[in-house]
Design a protein around this ligand. Sequence first.
Ligand SMILES: [Zn+2]
Length: 170
Amino acid sequence: MGHYGAVIACVDGKWLPATIKLAKSLLSKSAIDLHSRPGSVRRFRPSGCAVTEEMISDLVFVSCGLHAVKDILVVKHWDCGDHGGSASFSSPEEELEIYLGDLRRSKEILPGMINATIVKVMAVEPPEPVAVNLQTLLEQGLRVRYAVFCPKDLQSPSPQPEDCYPLMLK
Ligand SMILES: [Zn+2]
């Protein structure tokens, strides 16, 4: 099962091919689990938030539990409708900073989600519930990377995936 990676991305299907391609190449995996939410991690908040808990639950249950995933990519994309699109920002620089801010916040929050204890059920009969703590998975080497599809030319930004490149969050 070591050939699986996972990606958290926006639901906007226009970016799906580029997202899967990027995840395969960055994570060096032949198969990718897709966890899509509007705006990717835009609504990612500390423990207690239903959207976040659901996202982490999916990730742990499906990807870590069933597919033994150890590498995850979180990606955002340009002109995201969940943010109101590029038109809702005063400049491309501001748009980029907002997307990067989402990724930074996620990166800060994720390791602290000690309450995200999920009961995972393995794909065996009878199902065997195992309590899994996200913090434990991270300590055991679960690796998360962050990227945003950013226009190659910020002066004349294009909303097309082919005109964008993955800017990695350091
Ligand atoms: Zn989007």
